[in-house]
Ligand binder design. Structure first.
Ligand code: ADP
Ligand code: ASP
Ligand code: MG
Length: 412
């Protein structure tokens, strides 16, 4: 039988009523002749609540216990979804990650999928089961501990199952009806895209567009999984949603295809560190060991053998970054006169494969920000994206200004 993967995000399973609506969609695909693997997230808000409980209990928590707690939201929805399907006379059962078993690395709270054996679930399909409901976001480490795949990780569970089982398609049901030129919650002018290239989706996701987890796009690209993002609240026809596909299959071509933002960034500066070989390694080694997710890095001009080193990281990593730097100083590995954290910044980025062949995009971006009186604190670029760090209070304004200046509200 052909097989489909259907993933329902938190808002799509937020109440028992919504679970019923999602289950009806699944039932329709079963009636269409598909075996279905359903991947579920925790009910909306549940994972945030669980994370909050962990943080309130322990500041520098044991990541293994963090995973034990935050993975639990998905267990509830998986069971409820299986029960709901059974009530509709669909043969369904639930699986938690360890039961599959979805094997991951030991990198707790950011584990990567290593293997998904298919025999267990395939055997059940062969025996007449119609739907396998799998708890998203979670797996099991080689040590036998529960792991999670990072926030938004159910998307990755879904794409990985689609790849492992050779699914015809991986449908990601969410609370918007596709991938937009920017977050429709920030700009009313955001326009839905019928298609988006893997590379662009990858950049948008990694720069903050949380509609798909970055790793899920990487996997889809690597294994050629057909991913479709669509609304769980609307009736969808054949052409609904957004297809994530290869660059060759995109007709629309323009320098910038989307604007992304990441709200909770911090800018940290180590003042007056020795400008000598090995200093970057001495700073960023301990930060990496402490699990600090460093993004942009700027080293200033050196004066009298001293320099300032600036980097950005998520606000949530600041305490760990400060601790790692102070400990490195105590060990005598680095020396600095001060450590300044600016926790009121955000990152705004423009993305487009068309940038490869078109110059002047950066200048146009900087002019648009200038015209709004927005000061740029740090800039980074790659082949298909330009990112700036700015004050958080200007985030919405910057997103809208960039969306306007690149004409994203109009079809190309
Ligand atoms: P789910 O719970 O279904 O996984 P998420 O909240 O993780 O849903 O992702 C969907 C959200 O992503 C949307 O509600 C939207 O606010 C946000 N988003 C950010 N950027 C985009 C974009 N470019 N296109 C569509 N949605 C976006
Ligand atoms: N529930 C998890 C989260 O909120 C995973 C997911 O929804 O994809 O991050
Ligand atoms: Mg999500």
């Amino acid at each position: 039988m052909p097989l489909l993967v259907m993933k329902f995000g938190g808002t799509s399973v937020a109440t028992l009523d919504r679970i019923r609506r999602a289950a009806k969609r699944v039932g329709r695909e079963v009636a269409n002749g598909y075996d279905v693997i359903v991947i579920v997230s925790a009910m909306a808000g549940k994972t945030n609540e669980l994370v909050g409980w962990v943080e309130e209990t322990s500041k520098f928590f044991d990541a293994r216990e963090y995973d034990a707690v935050v993975s639990s939201g998905e267990n509830v929805t998986a069971g409820l979804m299986a029960l709901t399907l059974q009530e509709m006379d669909v043969a369904a059962r639930s699986w938690q990650g360890w039961q599959v078993p979805l094997r991951t690395t030991s990198a707790h709270s950011a584990a990567r999928i290593v293997e998904i054996p298919t025999d267990n679930i395939s055997g059940r399909f062969a025996d007449g089961m119609q739907v396998a409901v799998v708890a998203g976001f979670q797996g099991v480490s080689p040590e036998g501990r529960i792991t999670t795949l990072g926030r938004g990780g159910s998307d990755t569970t879904a794409v990985a199952f689609a790849a492992a089982f050779g699914a015809e398609r991986c449908d990601i049901y969410t609370d918007v009806d596709g991938v937009y030129t920017t977050d429709p919650r920030i700009s009313s002018k955001a326009r839905k895209l019928d298609r988006i290239a893997f590379e662009e989706m990858l950049e948008l996701a990694s720069l903050g567009a949380k509609v798909l987890q970055t790793r899920s796009v990487e996997l889809a690209m690597r294994y050629g999984v057909r991913v479709r993002v669509l609304s769980s609240f609307e009736d969808n026809d054949e052409n609904a949603g957004t297809i994530v596909c290869a660059e060759e299959d995109i007709v629309e071509s323009r320098p910038v295809s989307g604007v992304a933002y990441s709200r909770d960034e911090a800018k940290m500066t180590l003042m007056s560190v020795a400008d000598r070989p090995g200093i970057a390694a001495a700073i960023f080694g301990p930060l990496a060991d402490a699990g600090v997710n460093v993004d942009m890095i700027v080293q200033n001009i050196s004066e009298e053998g001293r320099t300032d080193m600036t980097f950005s990281c998520p606000v949530g990593d600041v305490a760990r970054a400060e601790r790692a730097m102070n400990e490195a100083k105590e060990r005598g590995e680095i020396n600095f006169s001060g450590l300044v954290a600016d926790t009121d910044v955000c990152k705004v980025s423009v993305v487009g494969i068309g940038m490869r062949s078109q110059s002047g995009v950066a200048a146009q971006m900087f002019r648009a920000l200038r015209d709004e009186g927005i000061n740029i604190k740090v800039i980074t670029t790659s082949e298909i994206k330009i990112s700036v760090l700015i004050d958080r209070k200007y985030m919405e304004l910057a997103v809208q200004a960039l969306h306007d200046t690149f004409g994203l509200d109009r079809a190309a």
